[in-house]
Design a protein around this ligand. Sequence first.
Ligand code: SAH
Length: 222
Amino acid sequence: MNRFDLDGIGMTSRRTRDRLIERLMDQGISNFHVINAIRETPRHIFVDEALAHRAYEDDALPIGFNQTLSQPYTVARMSELLLSRGPRTRVLEIGTGSGYQTAILAQLASKVYSIERIEPLLDKARQRMRLLGHDNVFLRHADGAIGWEEAGPFDAILSAAAPVQIPPRLLEQLAPGGVLVSPVGGDEQHLVMVYRDPETGDYEQQDIEPARFVPFVRGVMR
Ligand code: SAH
């Protein structure tokens, strides 16, 4: 992978990427920082070469191990929700996967801590972070349900996998004034946003929209 690959050609060119941006804006994505981060991030390096020509369609794409790289709309929407209470400094992400959402977050916050339970996916994501020069990203192979206590509390937490219930350790590691965005549920899922009141420390949960994410699975895989 070199500079030429990052720029892309044909179906991965800047023109193709700009069309994706237009489509996201048509769907109501309006945060300038989010739009810019998506515009600047070469999504085609987060999938196998054979799928690169589909990287700027608004679809989820397979990344192996039965997992998927989230749809650009979903990544944009979750990022926007995370920023809805103002700029964020420390973000915890559960489910690094390909690292695409991680790369977007790296451009929106000062520090990003991301946990993935499938080691081979994490190894590839780590190479991509290095290639893109995101040195504010810290990756860990672990079960995200336990969070990352030493690095917390976090003023933003994002999960890319759907737990049946939000793990209590994640709520504990959410700073007062912090925002957590996660899909929740089993066969039927909803994207929810939790805001932690800065004065009382209480949690306010808001239902955003129906969602379809891969399940949140306990334990790790090597
Ligand atoms: N944002 C990622 C989406 C990957 S899919 C991307 O853009 O590529 C969700 C990821 O969550 C999968 O890689 C899956 O392995 C991971 N995951 C599921 N349960 C987890 C858990 N308990 N801890 C850490 N990662 C988990």
